[in-house]
Design a protein around this ligand. Structure first.
Ligand SMILES: [Ca+2]
Ligand SMILES: [Ca+2]
Length: 254
């Protein structure tokens, strides 16, 4: 019995130490695109479902030029997956991701465009940025995207994009695991392919972000540790209770 107690104490000590020394996952970058399960094209529908359960999930993320969003990021070795959800100030905004750049509409940067009235009013286009006020839609459309907006102007965007499509003309990214890349999430609701709001994408501070293409799956240790800790504590309490209730009898017989 003593050996069992000793084992439980050592186990508890290990678990507490492991939990206490666990460092934040995103210490050096804003987003982890964790290795996860593929998302089928028909799940890229502008609705967040269980397909995002194994993704990095971030709330209160500042987006350009204003507001905050909830963001999901993961990859499957072939595709990068990103989802963004935020509340706009109109029912006809557009949303864009700029990949591999840190300035607004950086010349030669790859991009994803959703809901722009001039290109795809309710859909996705694989684009490249050509500098101030100028974009081009890629001849080769790689990946899949979707955008929805509800009656409260809650915008949801989902993107499935090749990590490396090989489309040089479209300036598509060639991203690899264990590297960190820059990106910008922006939106617009006032003219320039949108309407009904007062937000112009270039008016306001740029919210530059960085994303690691993480070669690991999302860590599940905190939840697992907690469960093991709970079970170990329960067993300890049970055994201790048994020992206490058994002790008087032991005294009587001795
Ligand atoms: Ca979906
Ligand atoms: Ca492109």
């Amino acid at each position: 019995m003593k050996k069992l107690y000793l084992f439980l104490i050592v186990l508890l000590g290990f678990l507490i130490t492991a939990c206490a020394t666990m460092t934040p996952v995103s210490a050096q970058h804003d987003f982890d695109a964790f290795l996860g399960n593929p998302i089928s094209d028909n799940e890229v529908d502008g609705a967040i479902g269980s397909e995002w359960d194994d993704a990095g999930n971030y709330t209160g993320v500042a987006i350009s030029p204003q507001g905050t969003a909830e963001v999901w990021t993961k990859h499957d070795g072939t595709y990068l997956y990103m989802a963004v959800r935020f509340t706009a100030d109109s029912d006809n905004p557009w949303v864009a991701f700029l990949f591999g750049g840190t300035t607004c509409m950086a010349t030669g940067a790859d991009g994803a465009l959703f809901g722009h009235d001039s290109y795809a009013a309710n859909g996705y286009r694989d684009i490249l940025f050509n500098g101030f006020t100028s974009i081009s839609v890629d001849t080769s459309q790689d990946g899949t995207g979707a955008m929805t907006i509800d009656s409260s102007n809650l915008v949801t965007v989902e993107l499935k994009k090749p990590l490396s499509s090989g489309d040089f003309d479209g300036k598509d990214v060639a991203w690899t695991e264990n590297s960190t890349y820059a990106l910008i999430i922006m939106w617009n609701s006032n003219l320039y392919g949108a309407s009904g709001g007062s937000v112009t994408h270039s008016d306001g501070p740029l919210a530059d972000r960085t994303m690691l293409i993480n070669s690991n799956v999302i860590p599940e240790f905190p939840g697992l540790m907690f469960t093991v800790l709970l079970v170990a504590t329960t067993i300890s309490a049970f055994l201790l209770r048994r020992r206490i209730t058994a002790k008087p009898m032991a005294n009587v017989t001795s």
